[in-house]
Ligand binder design. Structure first.
Ligand code: NAP
Ligand code: G4F
Length: 345
């Protein structure tokens, strides 16, 4: 019989790639979506429409423990991937309580639902928690690996540390097959437009076509280990196929600054970023994470996972997607648009 999986955060960047991956592996794929005043399903429309939908959606919210309990009881999934979160670091300074409720306590609600259903039915439900390199924050060693102590620098980072440890605690206390992937930054053409890489590729391609003049950014000196989201969801799946649950760093072990990302993107479009990028202090954070660089040796040796996409390929695919979007926008403004839909690439 096909395995059944439930993905929270299925409307987000990673959720959409993971839903595709699990479907391609023969899973019956279910996703949790929150109610909102708009559809919010741009990234998964190709999976939910058509004669044979590849993904079944259920309304729910990490703030609603009863709803989660009911859904887990009804579905009895083999695997649950908890990707839902208020995932924006800067926003977490403005909405710390909301971030704690969703990104931290939401995980506990989900674990409680799984524990209850597993206790009642005897069915083993494997659990994946989306932990984050943001937990390393003001790093105490470089590169960061599974044993590196955490020093979170944002309400988001603190909330993720709670979720990480409560997942380990449930694994140790209740014998749950629960694993945490400590994923370093990963991007794609489906990345939210307020994260820095996508903000840069969207801004630069719009500048190229004359749709905007300037791009306003914050700290250009921050350094990150950026990978491709499509590669990283494969690591999530591999964690849940292991006999024993464990925690793994997933990263490329390559370091670039925000400035490097600007330089690479603008020069690919034959532009000089220094003419267009301006600093706006509103994008600074009250406490910054200056550098994140991961050591994914454990994932390499135990999961046989390694990134397939280079930094240059990542920038290329994001630029290509966003150039097509900007061209569409241009046609729309001239009243000649072939399609008003954004690419789900
Ligand atoms: P994303 O694009 O921001 O997606 C977040 C998802 O969570 C969306 O589907 C969102 O739904 C959903 N969500 C937010 N609040 C919710 C709530 N209260 N109840 C139910 N669903 C809720 O994030 P992502 O980049 O795909 O990342 C996936 C996960 O990995 C997140 O937990 C993130 O914190 C973590 N992570 C990401 C990275 C990275 O570099 N991308 C690195 C490490 C860890 P809506 O569509 O309705 O907003
Ligand atoms: O793209 P970012 O917003 O990503 P950040 O803060 O590293 O968080 C992302 O990665 C985490 C993994 O480490 C995830 F857990 C989290 O969910 C999220 O996906 O910012 C990256 C860097 C920061 O140092 C920021 O200060 O870029 C700097 N930056 C400079 N100008 C900017 C901007 N970031 C944003 N979002 N917008 C700017 O204008």
């Amino acid at each position: 019989m096909n395995k059944r999986a439930l993905i929270t955060g299925v409307t987000g960047q990673d959720g959409s790639y993971l839903a595709e991956l699990l479907y391609s592996k023969g899973y019956e794929v279910h996703g949790l979506r929150r109610r909102s005043s708009t559809f919010g399903t741009e990234r998964i429309e190709h999976l939910i429409f058509g004669e044979e939908p590849k993904l079944q959606l259920h309304y729910g919210d990490l703030s609603d423990g009863n709803g989660l309990m009911r859904l887990i009881r009804e579905l009895e999934p083999d695997e649950v991937y908890n990707l839902a979160a208020q995932s924006h670091v800067r926003v977490s300074f403005d909405q710390p309580t909301y971030t704690a409720d969703t990104t931290a306590v939401g995980t506990l609600r989900l674990l409680e639902a799984i524990r209850d259903v597993q206790d009642d039915t005897g069915k083993q439900i494997r659990f994946y928690q989306a932990s984050s390199s943001e937990m390393f924050g003001k790093v105490v060693e470089t590169p960061q690996k599974e044993t590196t102590p955490f020093y979170p620098r944002s309400p988001y980072g603190v909330a993720k540390v709670y979720s990480h440890w409560i997942t380990i605690n449930y694994r140790e206390s209740y014998d749950l097959h629960a694993s945490c992937g400590i994923l370093f930054n990963h991007e794609s053409p489906r990345r939210g437009e307020t994260f820095v890489t996508r903000k840069i590729t969207r801004g630069a391609t719009r500048i190229k076509l004359g749709l905007q003049d300037k791009l306003f950014l914050g700290n250009l000196d921050a350094k990150r280990d950026w990978g491709f989201a499509g590669d990283y969801v494969e690591a999530m799946w591999r964690m849940l196929q292991q006999d024993k649950p464990d925690d793994y760093v997933v990263a490329t072990n390559e370091l670039y600054s925000v400035r490097d990302f600007c330089e690479k993107t603008f020069s690919r479009l034959d532009l000089d970023y220094r003419k267009y990028v301006e600093i706006d202090p509103r994008f600074y954070r009250p406490a910054e994470v200056e550098l994140l660089l991961g050591d994914a040796t454990k994932a390499l040796t135990q999961l046989h996972w390694k990134p397939q996409t280079s930094f240059d390929q990542l920038v290329d695919m994001m630029c290509e997607n966003d150039l097509a979007m900007a061209q569409n926008e241009l046609l729309l403004t001239s009243g000649n648009a072939p399609s008003s839909k954004r690419s789900a690439a």
